[in-house]
Design a protein around this ligand. Sequence first.
Ligand SMILES: Cc1cc2nc3c(=O)[nH]c(=O)nc-3n(C[C@H](O)[C@H](O)[C@H](O)COP(=O)(O)O)c2cc1C
Length: 189
Amino acid sequence: MTIKILAFSGALRQASTNTALVRAAKQLAPEGVEIEIYDGLGQLPFFDQDLEAEVPASVAELRQKIADADGVLIASPEYNYSIPGVLKNGLDWASRPYGESVLTNKPVAIMGASGSAFGTVRAQNHLRDVFHWLDAKVVTKPEVHVGNNWERFDGEGNLVDETSRNLVAGLVAALVVLIEETQKAKVDA
Ligand SMILES: Cc1cc2nc3c(=O)[nH]c(=O)nc-3n(C[C@H](O)[C@H](O)[C@H](O)COP(=O)(O)O)c2cc1C
């Protein structure tokens, strides 16, 4: 059976290295693993509790895509030491209504590319806090911090750095293991 992973980038810009990271993950995914790239974060309205009674179609679509996926893969930049607002907004929408979050028990893997040598360490730690509260299951290792991002991609946005490619492939493999463990635990329960 095919394992379905929904992947998204926390950056909206056309030449985003994080979006390029997600594309690399899709290319490196092993047989039997399908990665769908979701690019709708920029179309979501700002989270507003007044819209919760009847959510916009874009929000319903995001929730459905996460619910249908076996796991979620995120590549995010670090903005001012933290999570980009556009990504946090998407996660806030996905987390609601309280008690019915599509992220509960969802296997999640995080990676990131940045211009600094730290490679989104701080943003990823903040993301882990968010997923901790949401009871998502987050892959711990490998940590994928693609620092000095301008050196790691070619002019077409292909991830060419071998170490980074191995880390991304390793992260997808670890996510698949976590998905399989989660599914087995559900069957055994
Ligand atoms: C608003 C803003 C804040 C940023 N803050 C950080 C930061 O805190 N840490 C960091 O390493 N890079 C920071 N950067 C630089 C990003 O690492 C760099 O722009 C990166 O390429 C963004 O990812 P992208 O290529 O996917 O767009 C910031 C960039 C922007 C636009």
